[in-house]
Design a protein around this ligand. Sequence first.
Ligand code: NAD
Length: 362
Amino acid sequence: MTQKVLVLPGDGIGVEIVAEAVKVIGVLNKEFGLSIELEEGLVGGSAYDAKGHPLPEETLVQAKAADSILLGAVGGYQWEKLDIAVRPEKGLLGLRSNLSLFSNLRPAILYPQLADASTLKADVVSGLDLMIVRELTGGIYFGQPRGVRTLDNGERQGYNTYIYSESEIERIGRSAFDIAMKRDKRVCSVDKANVLECTELWREVMTTLAAEYPEVELSHMYVDNAAMQLVRAPKQFDVMVTGNMFGDILSDCAAMLTGSIGMLPSASLDANGKGMYEPIHGSAPDIAGKGVANPLATILSVAMMLRYSFNLAEPADKIESAVNSVLDQGLRTADIHSQGMQEVGTAQMGDAVVAALQAQAS
Ligand code: NAD
């Protein structure tokens, strides 16, 4: 079956790192019998420059027609002064909302070869492999009413609404349980059920849903404890599922456990498994155009796409083991470089992954 993938390089290093991921897709098609058709589109600041909007109508049409999307990154100094409605980031947010990408998957994986990159002790984080599933289109970030009002006494008061319906909780829960079935079959649901009624309902719905997944072990944890446990003993977790705001905070914390944002992929999925896959980092304008950016997060995003949107676990494993192999060879881009290792640029790193993949085919 042919899969149609929309490639959106975006801005800054996005262009350089996506080019390496495209090479990897080429090898998958040629050597492993996959049939992934690529189409390219514009998003972010480069789309604004070319079309006057960070998410042009034609990009949205392409995105809706595609089976999945591979995105580089958006943003850059030259667009920072634009009106907020047309800033590059609006391109991303527009894609997420228009495609109903409600389930954000943020793995935090620390390859043992890079254990020294973490600020935590190597034995606490080495071999870390956890997945945070964050609800992305609801909760307090979108809840109504919201705003800043002036009270009778003249004081201003800011307010937001933390709101989740049962169906919203159930669908993100299902996403987490389905992912756990492809992993170690453990889900930790994070809430603040001791204080917030909304998350009391969250806990109730998760518990009911767990009955449909008898193989998966469900546990619950308050968000403050979850933050502590993430830095104390992160390897205890397999899949964590939580709402939009808690997930925003915990997923950044988990990413930093690995010490290297150049290594971490992410996915945002809709209810049918269609997804947008992207590295967690931004467009890194400070190093854009220099050919030194780490392409591995983007290449690993392709592996996630195969696993979670196309149900192709085997080639996904092959990409991940090719990444492992280049790290074993001692190849490092500048962001993950350490003494005794061989420093390589973006294209060299991409070529090394391609070679490691080809070695698995022969
Ligand atoms: P950033 O992630 O772009 O960069 C932070 C630091 O990490 C920089 O020093 C950068 O050089 C380094 N870095 C990031 N990715 C790297 C890679 N693959 N290889 C090597 N080094 C890497 O974050 P920032 O500097 O806060 O933001 C820069 C721009 O990116 C801003 O316009 C911001 O809005 C945008 N941004 C976009 C996304 C996205 O597209 N999803 C996410 C975050 C930030």
